[in-house]
Design a protein around this ligand. Structure first.
Ligand SMILES: NC(=O)c1ccc[n+]([C@@H]2O[C@H](COP(=O)([O-])OP(=O)(O)OC[C@H]3O[C@@H](n4cnc5c(N)ncnc54)[C@H](O)[C@@H]3O)[C@@H](O)[C@H]2O)c1
Ligand SMILES: [Zn+2]
Length: 239
C-alpha cells in the first residue's frame, strides 16, 4: 500500500484528537455523546463552571486523570513515535500538535509535542500560576497549593471559552506555513481553533491528509482521506 509520508527528509506536522486514544480505552467526546455524568461537557469544562462548582469540576477531572493514568499508549501513538524518529534520523523535521489531554503521546516517547489543550496530569495554581506534574487523586477537593498565597489549584486544561497559549499558536502557525505535509488523525473537526488548522495549511498550499474512523466535518480541506482506526491503519500506512 502507498505510504502517507513518502519522503522522510520532509517537514511533517501531525495533529491528533480523541480518536487516536480511543483504542487505549479513552472515550472520545463523540462516543461519550458529549455528556459526562449527565453534564454537558461544556458545563464542566469552563471557567464559569469552575467558579460555580469547583468540587464538581475537580471530580470530573480526577476521574479522567485516574483513567488516563490507567491507560497505555496504543499502536497509533507508537507509529507516530517511530515516524518522528525516522524523520529526524533522515534529516527531516517533525512536530506533533495534540488536542488530547491524556498525555499518551509523551508516554509513547514522542518528543516534539505540543499539548494545545493542556494535560490531565498537570495542575496549576490559580494564584501564583505555577504549573506542575500532579498525579494526585485528591480525596479533599478542591485542592490548594502549598505556596505563600495558598491558591486554589485547577486542572491544567484549556477550557471552553479560554484561549490557546499564544506561544503554541505561534509555533503551530509557523509549522503550518513551513511544513511539507499536514496529517490530521482522530479528530471530528468541530472544536475550534484546532479544526481550522487544516484550512491554514491549505492556504499555504500544503498537502493535507486525514486519518479517521469516519468523515470529519471539515473533510473538504483534505487532499487525501484514509478511513479506519488509527491503531490499525497508522503502523501500515504512515511511512
Ligand atoms: N483522549 C483525550 O485526551 C480526550 C478524550 C475526549 C475528549 N478530548 C477533548 O475533547 C475535544 C474533542 O475534539 P476531538 O476532535 O479531539 O474529538 P471528537 O471526540 O470530537 O472526535 C473524535 C473523532 O475520532 C474518530 N475516531 C474514533 N475512534 C477512532 C479510531 N480508533 N481511529 C481513528 N479515528 C477514530 C471519530 O470518528 C471522531 O471523528 C478535544 O478538545 C479534546 O481535547 C480529549
Ligand atoms: Zn500557588
Amino acid at each position: 500500500m502507498e505510504k502517507i509520508v513518502k519522503n522522510l527528509k520532509s517537514y511533517v506536522v501531525v495533529m491528533t484528537g480523541a480518536g487516536i486514544s480511543a483504542e487505549s480505552g479513552i472515550k472520545t467526546f463523540r462516543d461519550a455523546d458529549g455528556l459526562w455524568k449527565n453534564y454537558r461537557i461544556e458545563e464542566v469544562a469552563s471557567p464559569i463552571a469552575f467558579a460555580r462548582d469547583p468540587e464538581l469540576v475537580w471530580e470530573f477531572y480526577l476521574m479522567r486523570r485516574k483513567q488516563a493514568l490507567e491507560c497505555k499508549p496504543n499502536n497509533g501513538h507508537i507509529a507516530l513515535t517511530n515516524l518522528e524518529k525516522a524523520v529526524k534520523q533522515n534529516g527531516g523535521k517533525f512536530l506533533l500538535i495534540t488536542q488530547n489531554v491524556d498525555g499518551l503521546h509523551k508516554r509513547a516517547g514522542s518528543e516534539n509535542v505540543i499539548e494545545i489543550h493542556g494535560n490531565l496530569i498537570y495542575s496549576r495554581c490559580a494564584k501564583c500560576g505555577e504549573i506542575f506534574e500532579d498525579r494526585n487523586i485528591y480525596q479533599e477537593i478542591p485542592p490548594y497549593h502549598n505556596c505563600k498565597e495558598k491558591g486554589m489549584l485547577r486542572p491544567h486544561i484549556v477550557w471552553f471559552g479560554e484561549s490557546l497559549n499564544p506561544e503554541h499558536l505561534e509555533i503551530t502557525t509557523n509549522a503550518l506555513s513551513e511544513c511539507d505535509i499536514f496529517i490530521v488523525i482522530g479528530t471530528s473537526g468541530v472544536v475550534y481553533p484546532a479544526a481550522g488548522f487544516v484550512s491554514i495549511a491549505k492556504k499555504f498550499g500544503k498537502k493535507t491528509v486525514c486519518v479517521n474512523k469516519e468523515e470529519p466535518d471539515n473533510i473538504g480541506y483534505f487532499d487525501e482521506f484514509y478511513k479506519g482506526k488509527a491503531g490499525e491503519l497508522l503502523p501500515e500506512i504512515l511511512f
